[in-house]
Design a protein around this ligand. Sequence first.
Ligand code: GLC
Ligand code: GLC
Length: 819
Amino acid sequence: MTADNAASYGFFDDENREYVVTEPRTPYPWINYLGSENFFSLISNTAGGYSFYRDAKFRRLTRYRYNNVPMDDGGRYFYIRDGETIWNPGWKPTRTELDDYSCRHGMGYTRVAGAKNGLHCDVLFFVPPGDNVEIQKLTLRNDSQEEKQVQLFSLLEWCLWNAEDDTTNFQRNYSTGEVEVENSTIYHKTEYRERRNHYAFYHCNAELAGFDTSRDSFLGPYNGFDQPEAVTSGKPGNSIAHGWSPIASHAVDITLAPGESRELVFLLGYLEVAEEHKWESPGVINKAPAHELIARYGTVEQADASFAELGTYWENLLGGFQLQSHDPRLDRMVNIWNQYQCMVTFNMSRSASFFEAGIGRGMGFRDSNQDLLGFFHLQPERARERILDIAATQFEDGSVYHQYQPLTKRGNAAIGGNFNDDPLWLICSTTAYLRETGDFSILEQQVPFGNDENNCASMLEHLRRSFDHVTNNLGPHKLPLIGRADWNDCLNLNCFSTDPNESFQTTENKAGAIAESLMIAGAFVLYGTEYTDLCRHLGDDAEADRAGAAVRAMEQAVIEHGWDGEWFLRAYDAAGNKVGSNENEESKIFIESQGFCAMAGIGLEQGLVEKSLDSVQEHLDTPYGIVLNYPAFTRYHLEYGEISTYPPGYKENGGIFCHNNPWVMIGETVLGRGDQAYDYYCKQAPAFQDHVNLRKIEPYAYAQMVAGKEAPLPGEAKNSWLTGTAAWNYHTITEHILGIKPRFEGLLLDPCIPTAWQGYTVQRQFRGKQASIRVHNPDGVSKGVKRITLNGKEVAGQIVDLSACGDSCEIEVWMGGAG
Ligand code: GLC
Ligand code: GLC
């Protein structure tokens, strides 16, 4: 085995905003996401994965088998039959050794290319913004000296729409599959006869030598994807699936002279048809909408033009924040991959990745609010809509549905609520939206309670309910009651479960008004202050005074009852005992309350923040990031719930739960310790990691969890892509470290950087203006600004109001000691 460094598997191509995988046997499939609004696909570096329309559970177009052997089998595959050799441009599933292989994961597209015996095949996969179709443009080139006569086979396997049912309900499913074939288009019309108004199709723009729609016919009943009988024999079966497992495979004969190439376009489309137009004739689906979609993308020129548009789309999006620093790794995180992951988490929440099967969770209330922190600058209009959707799942008493379904936007009654941190995240996202956009009209928007259109209140009123939900649910120490859990889903202080068949998240065996959370207390001080400032800004002094008093009372309660001597406690359990105290045998210290109380600056003057963060460094910091708690639980603590079920070092039990590391980074910036904040940042940012075999997952994506210091393999990462880590890191690096902070009045410039940095520049779009910001650090400080100019003119204070300047706003910031 070669040295464990990133170069063994690929490299970043920053110019093209791509990660280039050069070795198909990555330690785990390294994936990308296609699609930006409604139609999405997951695609691995060997073209595994699947597609869905809006909801990965209810509208799954193609089938994928999680936790399969071999790993990542199934996707969209192209087989090339060149004489006796059968190969795939992405190596899988035949795994025929290639003469050359690469996979370029870019912004909303993936290009897989392979070469074998003088043939080169390149397939570009993408979803055009605004349409429900995956375009696959395939180019086959003959680099040999001889004429090549080859057969090309496509393959995908239809999912029978409901992805959960698809993996369980075989007594029904083996009888329902239905297809139609019309020229070079294969239609998946399963269940279209009854309640469905949608079908999918797979089209090829060439004349076919044959096709298959029955999996058994194409593969042969006992073969895997690696040895499809139709391909090995060179004879497509022209099969029509009736029930069992419908697939779509085109067979195309291609002859290429030396140097010649041929381009083909394949389209995987999804369509909905109005009830009265569903049928062309009895039993024959109305294909007019499909013909129309095909007519828009089916030629090489159209596919190329659409791909160019996708490039412009991303160029514009990413143009909202562009950094030039001394470190290309930092630039690549900020300018490309972190922003990209923020778009993915906005779209997917926690639904579909190679660790989330797309059938479990809907949109999480707290997750989706936090994901917005990295998204406002990308597409503020969609952020606005999301905030309103989320708010509509709140109840009159301020509590909320913990999750909602993306297809219906309705709260998920099966999970319910009582996660007492949830309401505060609505304040977090809404105030951040206001700071970014200045669009105060959102506060007047009428928003339902509990999705009931007949019972609405203004968005501002929803925020008040969120705020009051905390003060209406205080425990014995006047600290917030935790409910089922706070941010840490696995700290279940009212659960007391001895039944392995019940869920820790939804079971409360001892619902009582005792267990309290210091994390929620910190969040209340932080977001309660934002709410107070908002009321003040709106001129409602009475409400601001009322809220401010509640916030101060909470600060007092934390200082009196939440301080353990060297750090903040984590909670009080249902018996009123301390959690996360030096007195405890296990898990003496937790990260969440240190992070939140530090961000909120609780006890800053008394030195509590400094002490608490020093304790984090002493007990929780590791070479791979900060662990959640220490020492990890080694036995099951009935009174703590799920957290103690994980083996030490994993997940919420002593794992590095990356999502919460930025809270500590921000806390460090509250103290002005820029070197420490950035050190934590570098430990997490994917582009800074070089131990790829250990880390396993994509070098360009954040993971939810990295195994902690008490795990057998510290540094091993899991659960890439769908994690609040993306939004929080983006928020932290851009606002708290680089120090470009949107405020109601303009941009506040307040960097907190390593002392060694001499400066950097940022291009930032803000409320329709293009700001060019140049930061100088001549004295080598971490924090402190001595002078700011806007278009050459001195600015008083640190907030720059851009509304007065024209299209271009040149801002210069000089850091340094006072004077
Ligand atoms: C997962 C959940 C998130 C929770 C976190 C910690 O990431 O999606 O809601 O806060 O775990 O338990
Ligand atoms: C599990 C996970 C946790 C996640 C929760 C969501 O408990 O460990 O991270 O937040 O499920 O339901």
